[in-house]
Design a protein around this ligand. Structure first.
Ligand code: MEV
Length: 442
């Protein structure tokens, strides 16, 4: 039975580990060693990681890989990807190379507006609330000047504040629905600080609004928070080429491949069971770059999936068509990203990833991330509609199986060679390892 503990966060790191290993592990020394194995020997780096969150006991590593040869608007990129899934970086690299020879990826930022809301309850006359809002709006803006002046000097800031009536859904529920331009910052802190200031001003000024009755003066602020739904922070990415230039695989003609590919995308457009997996493949690419560049992948995931369901049914984020002999594959996707603030100057690997990407602006990063998503989707659908997904996937997974069986470097060398021409399945790998070991025992 585990027990509760008071004041855990105040214990030293060693003491926290003592408590964890002694409370939860049968072999407490083994558990302690595993945790310590992942400590960084550089004290400064370790302290930095310790201080990112509360109660850090060790570091959780993910591989950081790179996918080279991405041609985006005629500029070459090597894209950093932090991800654990074996086949993702390989698939990205393959798609990059494929499109490098066919004109590359074309991208365009459509819009960069972000949203935040003050949610409040007002039980009174709506027309009086409207008059109050009209009167107080300039003060909402002027009271937040200290917060907005830096952002404004760089060309961003608050774009507009609207009063929205939501009483059809909840009695007395209204919003100050606010749009922002946060330039190269993801903007969460900026937006939330502005909203909390609006809420303060709004509540205080209501007390002095003479047309309100005593009851009406007491506006109840429920909460002030940015929205991770950003349908107006949108980027478009596209690849296209002549159908005849599409295929490198002699087992299937270019035309047949193009038609099957478009059908696969059509299916994801109308069938939610498929759309979720289709979009998951897109997120394989997106999350990996979002993570490598120190952005918030939970925010991106939430916003993207809401966007995929914006028409009332969950659907594919990407689209494909064949027109006049040209195959076009594209997507528009909401991505609120930052290249300043947050982890960008703190995490050494995030700094390195951003330098690798030529220090992109947030707009450039939106385009790069969208490309990684479309590339990943292209690679997945290409495999699905030709060889099937398992061939490539299991090839990349081979090393994980070998590691499960603690294969030596020599065994790995021999077996990777063997599986270049044999189908990888879990049982085939086990059989091959056993055979090898029997032979070497003799
Ligand atoms: C696996 O991580 C992702 C795929 O399932 C995506 C897809 O089916 O399109 C291969």
């Amino acid at each position: 039975m585990s027990k509760s503990i008071a004041g855990f966060s105040k214990l030293s790191k060693e003491k926290k580990i003592d408590w964890i290993v002694n409370t939860y592990f049968s072999d407490s020394e083994e558990a302690r060693n595993i945790l310590k194995q992942y400590w960084n020997t550089n004290q400064k780096v370790q302290q930095l990681h310790d201080e990112f969150i509360e109660n850090t006991i060790t570091n959780y590593y993910l591989p950081l890989g790179v996918a080279p040869n991405f041609l985006i608007n005629n500029k070459l990129y090597t894209i950093p990807m932090a991800i654990e899934e074996s086949s993702v970086v390989a698939a990205a690299s393959k798609a990059a190379k494929f499109w490098l020879d066919r004109g590359g990826f074309k991208t365009k930022v459509i819009s960069t507006t972000k949203i935040g809301q003050v949610h409040f309850i007002f039980k009174g006359d709506f027309s009086k609330l409207q008059s109050f809002f009209k009167e107080v709006k300039p003060k909402l803006l002027s009271d937040s000047k200290d917060l907005t002046k830096n952002m404004e000097s760089r060309g961003g800031g608050i774009l507009d504040i609207e009063l929205r009536d939501k009483t059809e859904n909840i009695d007395g529920y209204y919003q100050l629905h606010t749009s922002f331009e946060t330039l190269d910052a993801m903007g969460a802190n900026f937006i939330n600080s502005c909203l909390e200031q609006f809420a303060k001003t709004f509540k205080t000024e209501a007390l002095n609004f003479t047309s309100f009755t005593e009851d009406e003066k007491h506006i109840e602020i429920i909460m002030s928070i940015l929205s991770n739904y950003v349908p107006d922070c949108l980027v478009r990415v596209e690849v296209n080429c002549k159908v005849e230039d599409l295929n490198e695989n002699n087992a299937i003609s270019s035309e047949e491949f193009a038609t099957k590919f478009v059908q696969a995308v059509n299916i994801a457009e109308i069938e939610p069971y498929r759309a979720v997996t289709h979009n998951k493949g897109i997120m394989n690419g997106i999350d990996a770059v979002v993570l490598a560049t120190g952005n918030d992948f939970r925010a991106i995931e939430a916003g993207v999936h809401a966007y995929a369901a914006r028409k009332g049914r969950y659907s594919s984020l990407s689209h494909a068509k064949i027109e006049n002999g040209i195959f076009t594959f594209w997507m528009e996707i909401p991505l609120a990203l930052g290249t300043v603030g947050g982890l960008t100057k703190l995490h050494p690997l995030v700094k390195l990833s951003l330098e690798l990407l030529h220090h992109p602006s947030a707009k450039e990063l939106m385009q790069i991330v969208a490309v990684a998503g479309l590339a990943q989707n292209f690679a997945a659908i290409r495999s699905l509609t030709t060889t099937g997904i398992q061939q490539g996937h299991m090839k990349m997974h081979l090393m994980n199986i070998l590691n499960q069986f603690e294969a030596s470097n020599d065994e790995k060398k021999l077996l990777t060679e063997y599986f270049k021409t044999n189908t990888v399945t879990h049982s085939a790998v086990v059989e091959a390892i056993n055979k090898l070991r029997v032979v070497s025992d003799k």
